[in-house]
Write a protein that binds this ligand. Structure first.
Ligand SMILES: [Zn+2]
Length: 180
């Protein structure tokens, strides 16, 4: 899944305002003013940002264009460790003890991993779900080779955001009705 969609899925399903609008009757009009919106966007992109992001930034600084081959081992290791459920859950457990309100947004990280598991086939960029403990991955579909997959996940994403915005507006309307 592209990084923008990852961020928006994370924000829709792991921010306070997103969860309230999708799963609870009354929506939340705050959305982007809600700090958990931005925190969930951040957690949703961690696995790609701190592996491929580092590599591509390095290539850009060196004046080399983005390329997918010749990736050094440390980057591939970061990619694996950040796309592994045990590492994500370990960090969430630590967050649970340090700052509990951050737990919901941090769930966007394992959400990224689960989505990737279904949208990556075997190969260098397969999703090593339980790395380094169990060598197991789902045989998914490579999203970058199948435009219809991209169309479907963006369609679902747009529907989610329509619900969030619609319910948020409705609750705003209701609030102003009670005020006047
Ligand atoms: Zn990823």
């Amino acid at each position: 899944m592209d990084i923008l969609a990852h961020a928006l899925y994370g924000a829709a399903l792991c921010s306070r305002s997103g969860v309230q609008s999708i799963f609870i009757k009354q929506g939340n009009k705050k959305t982007i003013k809600d700090w958990t919106f931005w925190a969930s966007c951040f957690f949703a992109v961690i696995p790609d940002l701190f592996s491929l992001g580092i590599y591509f930034s390095y290539l850009s600084i060196k004046g080399i264009g983005i390329r997918w081959y010749g990736m050094p081992y440390p980057i591939l290791f970061l990619y694996k460790i950040l796309h592994s459920l045990p590492s994500a859950l370990l960090i969430i457990l630590l967050i649970r003890f340090i700052y509990k309100p951050l737990v919901l947004p941090s769930l966007a990280w394992p959400l990224h991993i689960v989505i990737d598991a279904f949208l990556h086939d075997q190969g260098k960029f397969k999703t090593p779900l339980f790395f380094p403990f169990i060598n197991m991955n789902i045989k998914g579909i490579n999203w970058w080779e199948n435009p219809w997959v991209v169309e479907i996940y963006w369609l679902v994403l747009m529907l989610l955001w329509i619900i969030i915005i619609y319910k948020g507006n409705k609750s705003e309307h209701r609030t102003s009705e009670t005020v006047y």
